[in-house]
Design a protein around this ligand. Structure first.
Ligand code: PEP
Length: 247
């Protein structure tokens, strides 16, 4: 059953060490106190097992997985492996991986499908570069990216979409509320066009420089179902206010 609760997910990227389980414990307490919010943390893969043991109701996710179940793919982890470590979901298609590892839309769709096959959730990222935003074509570009990255079996039971403008990630810049609303409406229309009624149940998160000062305004925008948070998720004192700001 697709959840309608706000979904607040932290992406720790290549940050954190075992000592940071204390940060997770503080976040877990806040998640317990805000039972109406779904909370997730995606630490580096090395921390998944330790974090899963201390997570309480916080979902522990990975930041990527391989599309194949096993084989000659040095350095990669399959969905079943991250699941065995304790993850229940994973980010796929983050713009940093699309840029650094050359991941294509088809790769992203295959990774999401692999997560589903392993009984896990997926947070599928899409977003435009600054050049694409300035071209005036951001909506057409990002909706096409979503359509091509979306696995055929997608439904809100296991998949969320994160709209993350590349130029807003880690920069302190955030689109104006009207632009976030317009993009989320267009992404919703794409989901419904591709998935039919099931497209209504897919949560669409916003990501890019979300912080305690702007979270309430962003999370109140129509069809913003939560937030994917990078830098501000690394410390309990900046992530917990974002959880508390969720409607
Ligand atoms: C991200 O990379 O997913 C992200 C949203 O980062 P930040 O919040 O730091 O902009």
């Amino acid at each position: 059953m697709a959840s309608t609760a706000s979904y607040i997910v932290g992406n720790w990227k290549m940050n954190g060490s075992a000592a940071d389980v204390a940060v997770l414990q503080a976040i877990a307490e806040a998640a317990a106190a805000n039972g109406h919010v779904d909370v997730g943390i995606c630490p580096p893969a090395t921390l998944i097992a330790a974090f899963a043991a201390a997570a309480g109701k916080v979902q522990i996710g990975a930041q990527d997985c391989h599309a194949k179940a096993s084989g000659a793919h040095t350095g990669n982890l399959s969905a079943a492996m991250i699941r065995e470590a304790g993850a229940t979901c994973s980010i796929v298609g983050h713009s940093e991986r699309r840029a650094d590892q050359g991941e294509t839309d088809a790769d992203v769709a295959a990774k999401a499908e692999a997560l589903h096959a392993a009984g896990m959730g997926a947070i599928l990222c899409v977003g435009e570069t600054l050049e694409e935003r300035d071209s005036g074509n951001a909506i057409a570009i990002v909706t096409a990216q979503l359509a091509a990255s979306l696995p055929a079996s997608a439904s809100g039971d296991w998949l969320s979409v994160a709209y993350e403008p590349v130029w807003a990630i880690g920069t302190g810049r955030v689109p104006v509320a009207e632009d976030i609303a317009a993009m989320h409406a267009a992404l919703r229309a794409t989901l419904v066009a591709k998935l039919g009624e099931a497209g209504q149940g897919v949560r669409i998160l916003y990501g890019g420089s979300v912080n305690p000062a702007n979270a309430a305004e962003i999370l109140a925008i129509a069809d913003v179902g939560g937030a994917l948070v990078g830098g501000a998720s690394l410390k309990a004192e900046t992530f917990i206010p974002i959880i508390e700001a969720a409607p």
